[in-house]
Each structure stands twice: as C-alpha cells, then as structure tokens.
Design a protein around this ligand. Structure first.
Ligand code: SAM
Ligand code: DTB
Ligand code: SF4
Length: 357
C-alpha cells in the first residue's frame, strides 16, 4: 500500500486547485487515492437515533431542532436507557456496525452524564461501535465518555470559518475547535464534517475541508451532509446546490483525508441512485442506514440494500485494531436483511467476503 504522508498544511489555493480540475480528472484522482487505502466496494453502515429531541437553545439556521424556530417538531426528553438499547439491538439486527446517538443540546449537563455513560456501556456491550453527538464538551466530560468506552464523538465545523457567523450566532468556530481538541485529547475518534447547500460559496466549501484536514490529526470520520431543508427554519428556501458541486466536495475530501471514512450523510432522501453512486465513486464510503436520521427522513433500508446489491457494494465489517473482523455476525445480519429484501433468500458471496467467513 502506498502510504503517502498525510498533509496538514493546506492553503485555500491548494484546495481550490483540486476542486477546479475537470470533473473526470478529479473523480479519477479521488478513486485512485481511495483504492490505495480502502476496499472500493465496501461501505460502512451506521444508524442514528435521537436520544433527546427538539427545544435546543442554539440557533443553527439549518436545524429543525432549534427552539428558535417553529418547525412543528414534537420535542422529547432524554430517552430511557432501555429504549435506546432496544433501538440499538434493532439497528444491529438490520446490519449496522455503528450506533450514533444524538441529543439536541448546546452541551450535556452534569445530571445527564450518568445516563449517557450508561447508554454507551450498554450499546457497546451489544458489539456495536458507539458514537455520540451531544454538543460542546469540556475536557472532563470528554474524558468521562472516553472512559465509558465511547468510540467516536461527532461535532461538525459545518462550514468555513467566515461563513459560520451567517449560520450560527450562539457559539463560535473557536468553541467548536475546542470541543474537537477535547475529544481528541481524551483519546476518542473524531467525527467532524459539515453541511453543503446553505447558500455558501465555493470558497466556503474549500475552507471547510481546509480546516478539517489541517486539524492536528484528520478526523477518522468526515460526514458531508446535504442540507435537508426543513419548513420553519431560516434555510427552508435555500437555493439548491448543483449536485456536481456536492460530488466534487466528496472527491476533494477523499483526496485531502485519504485514510478517513467520508460519510455521504444527510440529504440522501432527495438524491437519486445515480447521484449516490457518483458519490461512492468519488470516495464516499459510509452512510446512515435506516428510515430516519435524527428527525428527518432517510431512504428506506430496503432501498439501500437494493442499491448496494446493484453496485456490488458490501457493508464494511467492524474491524479490530489489528484488522481482524470482530463482528462477522453483524454483517451476516445485513446479509440476512438483504436476502429478505425481496422475500427470497439468495447466496451472496459478497457478504461472506465482507465477514471474512
Ligand atoms: N446538538 C449537537 C450539535 O449540534 O453538535 C448534536 C446534534 S446536531 C443535529 C448534529 C449535526 O447535524 C449538526 O452539526 C449538523 O451538521 C447536522 N444537521 C442538523 N440539521 C441538519 C439539516 N437540516 N441538514 C443537514 N444536516 C443537519
Ligand atoms: C451529521 O453530520 N449528520 C447527522 C449526524 N452528524 C448526527 C445528523 C443529520 C441530521 C439531519 C437533520 C435531522 O434529521 O434532524
Ligand atoms: Fe441544537 Fe445541534 Fe440543532 Fe444546533 S444543530 S440547533 S446545537 S441540535
């Protein structure tokens, strides 16, 4: 494997030069880099659950859960641990290898910590990787979550530093960077990305990727979300982003952060199969799987299984650090779910390969 040193000193000009290549050259370069680091026919599969919904004090202009806007969302308090574990069991049965729990908080309060810590412990005990996104963390909270065994923490930069203040006024870019540093210092894996289609310019998309790739270590997961336009939010009528710009951003993220999982995240509900396939070709190798993201719709599970089947894509098996598959059973579950998608059971060599069995 060609292990080129990872680059952390990108300038905006470097990033724009990647973006501005002819489309075919960019996709070829991204797919070439992708193949140096990953199996091009494997996609990691995560499921999301909102563990605390709505009434968030922050004013993120894209977000249906902000208490500043009337989006008609029914708010819910922190879910009971048993309910979260039952949902995780269901996700595991459907073939997810990672379970992400999200809360509409500015940051967790001290009284919440024992509950979320217990959620991490019990979900992990099912053999799933755990991820949480709970807002800002101080260093002590990050350490508590790491000690409980939390694998990933998601906290997005969302956009470029200069466009950020058009989108959120209740906390700063520096706050976001501080949380990412606290997560990293506590020894957890970092999941950080952004949202496209918020009326930003090409330089903002380049600026977002520049900040992510210039972090002291690249985030292990980079979610690229297409804005889900929700009625009642200030961005409900944002102009559609040209889908090719979305694909270009995925490709540039792949080239700049070659060893990271790039997640084709929110927004797949409005993308056709061909656009999603272009994103996989550009190096996206992770998705959220299951009918719902946090509060908005995601493609039905059977549609994703059919798309994987059409493209010959296998769900990535969870791997132990030394590269040994540790949850073959989980990928088998995806296989079973896939086999029953159209009511018939058929052999699927691809799935067996993914499980290493
Ligand atoms: N409250 C926590 C926070 O903001 O960090 C965690 C939950 S928040 C919903 C997680 C991420 O979801 C946000 O950072 C944003 O990138 C993404 N998100 C929220 N609403 C979205 C939308 N309408 N379209 C696309 N992505 C969205
Ligand atoms: C991320 O980057 N995307 C996910 C996850 N991190 C938590 C969230 C998408 C949320 C989309 C809007 C909703 O469903 O509420
Ligand atoms: Fe709150 Fe997170 Fe939504 Fe911002 S993105 S309003 S912090 S739930």
């Amino acid at each position: 494997m060609n292990q080129v040193a990872l680059k952390h000193d990108w300038t905006l000009e470097d990033v724009r030069a990647l973006f501005d290549q002819p489309f075919n050259d960019l996709i070829f370069q991204a797919q070439t880099v992708h193949r140096q680091h990953f199996d091009p026919n494997e996609v990691q599969v995560s499921t999301l659950l909102s563990i605390k919904t709505g009434a968030c004090p922050e004013d993120c202009k894209y977000c249906p859960q902000s208490g500043h806007y009337n989006t008609g969302l029914e708010k819910e308090k922190l879910l009971e641990i048993e309910k979260v574990v039952a949902e995780a069991q269901q996700a595991r049965k459907q073939g997810a290898t990672r379970f992400c729990m999200g809360a509409a908080w500015r940051s967790p309060q001290e009284r919440d910590m024992p509950y979320v810590i217990e959620m991490v412990r019990q979900v992990k005990a099912l053999g799933l990787e755990t991820c949480m996104t709970l807002g800002m963390l101080d260093s002590g909270q990050a350490q508590e979550l790491a000690d409980a065994g939390l694998d990933y923490y998601n906290h997005n930069l969302d956009t470029s530093e200069s466009y950020y203040e058009q989108i959120i006024t209740t906390r700063t870019y520096a706050d976001r960077l501080e949380t990412l540093q606290n997560v990293r210092d506590a020894g957890m894996k970092v999941c950080a990305g952004g949202i496209l289609g918020m009326g930003e310019e090409a330089n903002d998309r380049a600026g977002l990727l520049m900040r992510l790739a210039n972090l002291p270590a690249h985030p292990e997961s980079v979610p690229i979300n297409m804005l889900v336009k929700v009625a009642g939010t200030p961005l409900e009528s944002a102009e559609d982003l040209d889908p090719f710009e979305f694909v270009r951003t995925v490709a540039v993220a792949r080239i700049m952060m070659p060893r990271s999982h790039v997640r084709l995240s929110a927004g797949r509900e409005t993308m056709n199969e061909q656009l999603q396939s272009l994103c996989f070709l550009a190096g996206a190798n992770s998705i959220f799987y299951g009918e719902k993201l946090l509060t908005t719709p995601n493609p039905e599970a059977h549609q994703d299984r059919q798309l994987f089947e059409k493209l010959g894509i296998r769900p990535e098996a969870r791997r132990a650090p030394e590269g040994t598959p540790v949850s073959a059973g989980i990928s088998d579950q995806f296989h079973d779910a896939m086999a029953s998608a159209d009511g018939s059971v058929r052999p699927c060599e691809a799935m067996s390969a993914a499980t290493g069995s």
